[in-house]
Design a protein around this ligand. Sequence first.
Ligand SMILES: [Mn+2]
Length: 428
Amino acid sequence: MTVLDPGLIQDHNHRLLRHVASDYEHLGEQLARRHIDIDAVRQKVAAFGVAIPSWGVGTGGTRFARFPGPGEPRNVFDKLQDCGVIWQLARATPGVSLHIPWDQCSDWPALRAVADGYGLGFDAINSNTFSDQPGQAHSYKFGSLSHTDAGTRAQAVAHNIECVAIGQRIGSKALTVWVGDGSNFPGQQHLRRAFERYLDSARQIYAALPDDWRMFVEHKICEPAFYGTVIQDWGSSYLAASALGPKAQCLVDLGHHAPNVNIEMIVARLIAAGKLAGFHFNDSKYGDDDLDAGSIAPYRLFLVFNELVAAAHEKLAFEPAYMLDQSHNVTDPIESLMTSAAQVQRSYAQALIVERSLLDAAQQANDALLASQTLKRGFETDVTPILQRVRLDAGGAIDPVAVYRASGYRQRVAKDRPASAGSGGGIV
Ligand SMILES: [Mn+2]
């Protein structure tokens, strides 16, 4: 089942076919001179997927305001339909990551059937103990899994276990746990005891995980706790994941670090330790800006993928989960998610064409300049023809945004989806 008319995609593609074939052939010649087989790269890129967070298809906002866009999804079924459009056109996002309780549903098997119809599966499921829900007994104002009150901790644990139960019904295999727990004043919280309480709660969630599930521990340097966040950096995340056991791993959200932190080095360390859960992709200039992936610092994104490709090249065993986690405040979320997914694909393709043996030799010889140039040659190569061919071969659009705009999808759904001034969901 497709949301948009496949004929529209074919018409648009037809106009660009000759250009894509010519550009792909030219790039193939360039890469062959570097002893790289373009078709092998294309096949790897075609097998790559990045999940969409269900909240990403709604318009985001800041702490100050949210400006709703037309035709925002009203419920989880509308969100899936928007994800179906993104998947149909851009062919890079086969998974959807749900968030509980933002995604309400009275019939999870029916939701799974609808997703199947679009060709979509479900990625990690996300719990929420950073905001209060109507009718809940205990408030998370002063924390959840690490709260000083045992009843509040138990409520937060039970919510996570319920998320696992929902995830099992829709085919998820991982639970992502991010808590906003922490303190805003020095002295407000006993730093060591808060971490111990977190661990005690997290152990109860871990014990409820099915055998084939993983638990993703997501850290964040600050916000909403601006002085001391309980899981504030990859060190705390690693300590927690190590204490919990092999099914617990560390999730890297690109926006959740101090400015100028070397994220690719964290990735390298986590791979070496067997603790890399996966990624939340976004970009930032100043903090946790949640801008579109690769819109500010594409080289940083490439360097992250360089670590992943290098580790795969060296046959290290790891299986990261990839998800976009960004806030679309001034763009149509469907357009942002399609272009961001392509940006992530692009970084992967650029990393795949790095000449590994040349880089190894330059590193071994301590030739800093040659090593740097060799690495950067991958980044500086325009791999657009590979991405276009991947979409074309999979029945997607060579130019997804152009086809999306021509389809009139947003205007069409806007007639059935009234504008909502409420907050459509936050960003984690
Ligand atoms: Mn995140």
